[in-house]
Ligand binder design. Sequence first.
Ligand code: GCU
Length: 605
Amino acid sequence: MDTAAKRLAWLPFLAREIPAGLATPADVARFELEQAGAKASLTVDPAMGEGWEISGDGITGGETGVLYGAYRLLMARAAGEAVPTGVQRPRYPLRMINCWDNAEGDIERGYSGRSLFFEGGRLSYDPARMRQLGRMLSSVGVNVLCINNVNVRDPAHRLIEDWLPELAALANIFRPFGVRLMVSIDYAQPMRHGVPTADPLDPQVQDWWTRQTAKVYEAIPDLAGYLVKADSEHRPGPFTYGRNHAEGANMLARALAPHGGVLVWRCFVYNCQQDWRDRVTDRPMAAYQHYSPLDGQFDDNVILQVKNGPFDFQVREPLSPLLLAMPKTRLAIELQLAQEYTGHQIDVYAMPPMWREVFDDMGADTVQAIAAVSNLGRDENYTGHPFAAANLFSYGLFAWNPDLSAEAVIRLWCRLTYALPADQEEALCRLLMESRSVYEQYTSPLGLCWMVNKMGHYGVGPDDYEFAAWGTYHRADRDAVGIDRTASGTGYLLQYPPALQARYADPATCPDNLLLFFHRLRYDHVMADGRALIQRIYDDHFEGYERAEAMAKTLAGLSLPSPDREEAARRMDMQLRNAREWCDVINTFFHRFSGADDAQGRTIY
Ligand code: GCU
């Protein structure tokens, strides 16, 4: 079994492991305050729920609120910041992490080792490490942890069957941290038990879920609920029975309602068997087409979980129009901490600047809950790249307060984690703040998605998705590239409210970073800055590579502690090789199509 990491992420001042046996969040709070030498009195006022207030040397808060308050006090002290005044409450009641861990112990899109929860086809974990994880999550306010993959494959369905006692034991470990478990379920699960169908309107199906869910809540009375991926990428769902997703979701929600559970239903639904010759079907349109007509038909304890963009966690996508089209439905936005398309936790990629844009476009109150796909694994530092922890940290703080500035949250992470001299802290903070834009520039500037290697989604593969069934095309030819998604093209743009339509409709005013997402343009198209499109493609890729080199230099000048210093340096070497490859392959790809020479005469192969 693993031993818990020695230096605890952004809480390096908590040297002692949490002992077993602390029963409540207030117990944990007392333990943490004491070991950090902070003399604060705790007052539990259950009416405050998750809220807390610090005044003088006292923390008053609800049952979990006191723990959140204690962590924020300790972090503020360590960072030399003032504690916020007044009562602090989270914006969203559900602040979830979704792990895509399989029962075998591997993690779908996992880049930091094997699962923390499973091994060899069963639950298997180090309790001490679970407590470390509990305090990490709690310190940034995450309150729901879904431990198994949304693609529920045998034997993971047993979590809510004969594995319930073990699941309950795990729930007990997380409870004192204010973290409740959630499980992904298999929509067709009753069919494993002799029910001949999974039709949501069939009484036998309803009955199976009602009975099974009662057993689940007997074992784990505070389970947050179920997470479901249905009719998506070959998962079963109500479409098989001619039912819509309100009918499917409500059936499960009614089994959960008597127990206070929520049903989180993912909206990642599209045709993953598209014929690449089909130029009419446009994948980003799918979720809106399926769900927006159902607005108002979902039960109160259903939450529709929508990815931030209409495709699938690309480096840059516009906001999913579905998020703006369901005013009568509870929504969760789904972000991805796992760096699936964003560098596999090898390349540096700090997400807060991206989330800031997403929330500014969406309006924080459009959703009522927030989820993020986990970047956690069994690596000693939990996240593979030591800097990837900044994304988990920032996610928690954003979920609590989506109005935060990206820079403030990154700076706080840097300060807590490393306590570097001021100039180095500034340099690290800038490196992280720029990292997404650097990655975007050497991989996929101008809003062009899906140029990625199809085998695993790390590295370049400009034609990998072009003749495939996933609905993900750039349609480059000798004259032009991109897809016209305006009213004259696929019509995707019309799914947006008027203000966003206006922002994107005209190539002359559409932001450069989404230009080729919305428009098909000739290589000689003159950009707002006067350069031809093809020249911008070349320039951006060369510049992206140069900026990655500059990042490597900055990194080398930082006096990070071991082993982060060596680990970050090792990964930076890989990042530079990756950036070189992206730059050269993409430029060569477009040069061969267009025949256009680089105005600066740089090497294109
Ligand atoms: C992506 C990812 C899959 C995942 C899916 C999902 O397509 O590549 O591994 O299962 O998203 O979000 O369900």
